[in-house]
Design a binder for this molecule. Structure first.
Ligand code: ZN
Length: 154
């Protein structure tokens, strides 16, 4: 799920809360954490706006900080959320038998993809696939299976 603006808060997955869907709040006890406002007429996503607000936020679960970039007219809560930090990703489930080295490389590929570093993500996925093949007994030169030992991955 992509982060979404809900009133003055953002609903997003928090990496510090194990990827749980949580609310990042823009204020505590009605006092805002702080924001930078840039006023200028512009178009974004096909709509007209007159300002960009960079709003500090805080995870309601663990307290981790966040930053929302919202394009809006007069009211932040009626704006369009353009980006949100921390970047959050939904991790693909992997079988428990996947070796830790291969899993960590795959997770790094997911992180690259989450920041739209497509070439880096592709390179990491290719490397992950090569290591998975080698771990399953395939030879790198022609990717032919040379071992008769059972596969470690399901
Ligand atoms: Zn959190």
């Amino acid at each position: 799920m992509k982060p979404q603006l809900h009133g003055a808060n953002v609903r997003a997955r928090c990496p510090n809360c194990g990827g749980a869907l949580t609310t990042f709040e823009s204020a505590a006890n009605r006092v805002e954490y702080g924001a930078i406002q840039v006023d200028h007429e512009h178009k974004h996503g096909g709509y007209d706006f007159n300002r960009i607000v960079y709003q500090l936020m805080r995870c309601a679960g663990c307290g981790r900080g966040g930053l929302a970039e919202v394009h809006c007219e007069d009211h932040f809560s009626k704006g369009l959320l353009d980006s949100f930090f921390p970047r959050t990703i939904e991790q693909a489930p992997l079988p428990e038998a996947v070796p830790k080295g291969i899993e960590s490389e795959y997770r790094e590929a997911e992180i690259c993809a989450s920041v739209e570093a497509w070439r880096a993500a592709s390179a990491m996925l290719r490397s992950t696939l090569e290591k998975a093949l080698e771990d399953s007994g395939y030879k790198r030169t022609h990717w032919q299976r040379i071992s008769t030992r059972p596969r470690r991955m399901a």
